[in-house]
Design a protein around this ligand. Sequence first.
Ligand SMILES: Nc1ncnc2c1ncn2[C@@H]1O[C@H](COP(=O)(O)OP(=O)(O)O)[C@@H](O)[C@H]1O
Ligand SMILES: [Mg+2]
Length: 346
Amino acid sequence: MLFSPKGIAFVLAGSVAIITTAFLSLIKDTPGSALFVAFSIAFASSFLLFYFSLEFLVFREINKIFTVIDKVKKKDFKLPRKQIVIDTNPLKRLNEEIFAYATRKQQEIDELKKLENFRKEFLANVSHELKTPIFAAQGFIHTLIDGAIDDKSVRDKFLDKAAKSLDGLDALVKDLLTLSQMETGDIKMHYEKFDIGHLTSDIFEQLEEKAEAKRVQLKFDKKMSVPVWAYADRHRITQVMTNLIDNAIKYGREEGKVLVSFDSDKEHLIVSVKDDGPGIEPEHLKRIFERFYRIEKSRSKEQGGTGLGLAIVKHIIEAHRSKVSVTSKMGKGTTFSFKLEKGDNK
Ligand SMILES: Nc1ncnc2c1ncn2[C@@H]1O[C@H](COP(=O)(O)OP(=O)(O)O)[C@@H](O)[C@H]1O
Ligand SMILES: [Mg+2]
């Protein structure tokens, strides 16, 4: 009540009337009735004056502002309207509402800024990654045109290098396309029942040469019993397993071992890919799923990596409503694992 226009007008009018009467009482011999009349007139006229000016000039306008803020808030945040408490100070309430609104907006702006930075960084990375192989291939081809083509051994070497650069470019563009399709939701998962043990042996065969070059053994866990039925997108899981096994070979140690195992709990199949390589330091471990994140940039590139492999793995596993986890011990090795739905009863 105190902060309603009436309350404020009452207090102010009272003060004006008291001051006026007090002054009047200083004049000698003023009769009591005159003081009373003066008090009443001063009180009544100032009350009306204060009341109408507060009501029409201040409070109505403040209420209009409230209504507008309310509409914006509802539209922006879909917040339920807070109950208006009639006798709290409207200016304080206005202040609080504006503050709350500004805080929400600031959060939104921060979020947008973060996304903007992410976009900029991504664009810079993509351009850089595309530039490198194009630049290399361009260099080799121009050198050939400028005369190196006449020397047979140089020609073959340069053509081979140009082809390798273009293969890298092809892999990069394919990975980028997969990532973007996964993000826009263009790729739907096609669930089916398949033997993931068999699928893994196929991948072992494909990567055999690469493994042999480093004298790495590709193995299954001894406990495994075939078949191992999974219910998932076969094609996408092939991509995941290829990436993880390929990484284990590339970043594992020479003469090392890559072990794939399948465990299960009630509803899920737990797939793990383990290597006995140098391991990943904790500060890198958090970031290896980011796009283009590589620990040793030069080493990874020379191994033919795009830096997008694990980002794609993460996307695919999340599309299966699951998560990839990674544990690593320096000097001992790294294990990537994820859960899939079991396929036995499908
Ligand atoms: N098994 C592993 N052991 C050690 N480091 C790894 C392993 N797997 C991945 N990494 C690190 O994570 C980075 C990202 O992997 P990935 O996204 O597959 O990119 P890429 O294979 O193209 O380099 C690699 O560059 C490597 O530094
Ligand atoms: Mg990889």
